[in-house]
Design a protein around this ligand. Structure first.
Ligand code: PRT
Ligand code: ZN
Length: 303
C-alpha cells in the first residue's frame, strides 16, 4: 500500500544501514508500532502505517544529514555526533541539533589505550605520544583540556593494530566489552567520552503535521523505553510481612493488594517495578515470606 501522506508531511529519519546500530534502530521503530516492510537494500523506505520515511545510510553521514536539514531526525551514537559537530564547528559550518531522546542501546566508551607492557601513572604519561584514532576531534579536545600535546594519526578502521604495526604508540578507540583491546595486548587507561545511541533532530522548524507526528513518535519511544526495564511482579504476601516486602520491590510505588480466596492471613500483591528485578531481589522477597512470585515482561507502557 503506498503512503497516503504527502512527502512534505512525512518525517524523514536517517538510521544506520548496516552495523551495530541497525538492528536496534529498526527494533525501536517496530516496538513503536511503525511498520517498515520493504527490503533494506533500498535507500529510502516509506512506512505503511506512520507518516515517516526511513533513509538507510552509513552512521558517519547521519549528523550531517540532520544538521544540513536533509533529514528531520537521525539515530546515531553520540561519539559520531560529537565528533562531527566539532569538525563542522572548526570548519565554520552549522552544527546545531537537539538530542530528543537518549536510547537504551549502542552504549560504549571512547578510551585511550596503551600497549599492556607500557607503564602508566596518569595523563602526563601520554605527553607527546603518537595516537591512532578514528576520532581526532574528540581526542584533540581531551589532550587540549589536559594541557598535553599529541601527534594524532587518523585511521578509519582497525585502529587496534596500529601500535603493533609501529604506526602509533597508543590508540583512542571505542570499547564495549574490552575483548578487542585484550586480544591486541592493549589496556584502556583513560575514558575520554561515554557514548550511547540518541535520537536527534535538526534545528529547522517542522510544519504542524510533522510536529504532531514527532510528538507521537517521542511518546511511543518513551513508552517503549520505560517498558524495556520495567517488570510486572505478582506474589502472595503474608499481611504481617507486607511492609518489608513492599520495601524490597525495586522502583515500585503503589502496589495493588487483592484478597486471597481461602487464606485471610495473606494477600496477592501486584506491582509494576520500574527497574530490573534480579534473582537476588526474588530471593530476598522469598526470605521475607513472599511466595508464588511471578515476574512478567511489560510490552508497552503509557504513564
Ligand atoms: O558502515 P558504518 O560507517 O555505518 O559503520 P561503522 O563500522 O562505522 O560503525 P559500527 O557499526 O561498528 O558502529 C556503529 C556505532 O555503534 C558506533 O559509532 C558506536 O556508537 C556504537 N558502538 C557500540 C560501537 C561499539 N559499541 C563497539 N564496540 N562501535 C564500535 N565498536 C567497535 C570498536 O571500534 C572496537 O573495534 O568494537 C570494538 C571493541 O568492542 P569490544 O566489545 O571488543 O570492546
Ligand atoms: Zn561509520
Amino acid at each position: 500500500m503506498p503512503p497516503t501522506t504527502p512527502p512534505q508531511d512525512r518525517l524523514r529519519l536517517a538510521i544506520q544501514k548496516s552495523g551495530r546500530l541497525s538492528t536496534d534502530s529498526l527494533g525501536l521503530l517496530a516496538r513503536c508500532g511503525i511498520k517498515v516492510k520493504a527490503p533494506k537494500e533500498k535507500l529510502l523506505l516509506h512506512s505503511e502505517n506512520f507518516p515517516i520515511d526511513i533513509l538507510f545510510v552509513r552512521d558517519d553521514d547521519i549528523p550531517q544529514l540532520v544538521m544540513d536539514g536533509v533529514c528531520d531526525l537521525g539515530i546515531v551514537g553520540t561519539n559520531v555526533l560529537e565528533e562531527s559537530a566539532l569538525e563542522r564547528r572548526s570548519a565554520g559550518n552549522g552544527h546545531a541539533y537537539t538530542v530528543e531522546r537518549e536510547l537504551d542501546f549502542g552504549g560504549c566508551r571512547l578510551a585511550l589505550a596503551l600497549p599492556e607492557e607500557r607503564a602508566y601513572n596518569g595523563p602526563q604519561d601520554l605527553q607527546g605520544l603518537r595516537i591512532a584514532t578514528t576520532y581526532p576531534q574528540l581526542t584533540r579536545r581531551y589532550f587540549a583540556a589536559q594541557g598535553l600535546q599529541a601527534d594524532i594519526v587518523y585511521l578509519s578502521g582497525s585502529v587496534e593494530v596500529a601500535p603493533r604495526l609501529g604506526l602509533a604508540d597508543a590508540i583512542c578507540d571505542l570499547v564495549a566489552t574490552g575483548s578487542t583491546l585484550e586480544a591486541n595486548r592493549l589496556r584502556a587507561v583513560e575514558t575520554i567520552f561515554k557514548s550511547t545511541a540518541v535520537l536527534i533532530r535538526g534545528d529547522r522548524p517542522l510544519n504542524p503535521v510533522k510536529t504532531h507526528a514527532l510528538e507521537i513518535l517521542l511518546r511511543r519511544t518513551d513508552g517503549v523505553q520505560l517498558a524495556a526495564e520495567a517488570k510486572y511482579i505478582m506474589l502472595h504476601a503474608p499481611k504481617a510481612a507486607l511492609a518489608e516486602i513492599k520495601k524490597l520491590l525495586p522502583g515500585s510505588e503503589n502496589p495493588t493488594l487483592l484478597p486471597l480466596a481461602g487464606d485471610d492471613s495473606k494477600v496477592a500483591l501486584h506491582a509494576v517495578c520500574q527497574e530490573a528485578v534480579f534473582w537476588e531481589t526474588m530471593e530476598s522477597l522469598k526470605k521475607a515470606g513472599a511466595s508464588s512470585i511471578l515476574v512478567l515482561p511489560i510490552e508497552k507502557m503509557m504513564l
